[in-house]
Design a protein around this ligand. Structure first.
Ligand code: FE2
Length: 245
């Protein structure tokens, strides 16, 4: 297994090489607005040791009703900016699908772009769990999809009901935790829940969920910390980032 501690780069080399969650496709969600600053963030990720990036713009009813028709041209602008710099990185896109009616319509119409191997990044609303969450995820799995729940540690309505994490996990849903949560970027409670998911061995993927340079700064700070090194050793051999697809 790759040994993180022998790497002398600064900041500390990241413990995965494939980012499956970031908002770098310009102009179509609340992440980057223009291709060049987005390409700056790609370059920063590469300095951490990321070599493959799946950009995942929001697909959310009412706010970001993205479809392949909006994502693909915007992604092409990002790709052009990155390749213009000669940055050594594999760049792809999927999306972060909010579980809502828009997603269900897109799914029916075949207008979604999962990761290779039919893995798909889904998120809940931050206000409440989707009313038909269990059924929807069950149906997704019946269709041969492998749902990855984005940042389970950020849904505050689960904090008083940790059993829910267990139920979801046991239903075969994979968990993607944000590095920013572990870095304490959001709040203490989110950090605590993220750490408890690591402790339980329930973290399948880490992601940056990077939207802007402040996120990159927070991640860099965390990568230089002792706490991060401890986390990397805890997760060693558990993450699917580089092997699932
Ligand atoms: Fe996200």
């Amino acid at each position: 297994m790759f040994n993180f501690f022998n790497k002398k780069s600064k900041p500390e080399t990241i413990c995965f090489h494939t980012d499956i969650h970031c908002h770098l496709v310009p102009g179509i969600d609340d992440g980057q607005k223009e291709p060049e600053p987005a390409a700056d963030l790609v370059e920063r990720q590469v300095t951490w040791g990321i070599s493959r990036i799946f950009a995942t713009p929001h697909v959310t009813q009412d706010t970001f009703e993205n479809t392949p028709a909006t994502i693909e041209p915007a992604f092409a602008r990002l790709k052009e900016a990155v390749s213009g710099r000669g940055t050594d990185v594999e760049l792809y896109h999927s999306a972060e699908y909010r579980i809502d009616n828009f997603f269900q319509r897109q799914l029916k119409a075949g207008a979604i772009t999962p990761f290779p191997g039919n893995y798909i990044l889904v998120e809940n609303s931050f206000v409440q769990e989707a009313w038909n969450f269990d059924k929807l995820l069950f149906d997704l799995r019946l269709q041969g999809m492998k749902p990855i729940l984005a940042h389970p540690e950020r849904y505050a309505y689960y904090f008083k009901n940790h059993d829910r994490y267990k139920q979801i996990k046991e239903a075969g849903i994979l968990f993607q935790v944000n590095l920013l949560s572990l870095a304490g970027f959001y709040n203490k409670e989110v950090k605590k829940v993220a750490e408890s998911l690591v402790e339980k061995g329930w973290v399948d993927f880490l992601g940056t969920d990077m939207h802007h340079a402040r996120h990159a700064d927070a991640i860099e700070g965390y990568l230089s910390s002792k706490e991060y090194r401890r986390l990397a050793s805890q997760l060693d051999g558990h993450l699917l980032n580089d092997t699932a697809f």
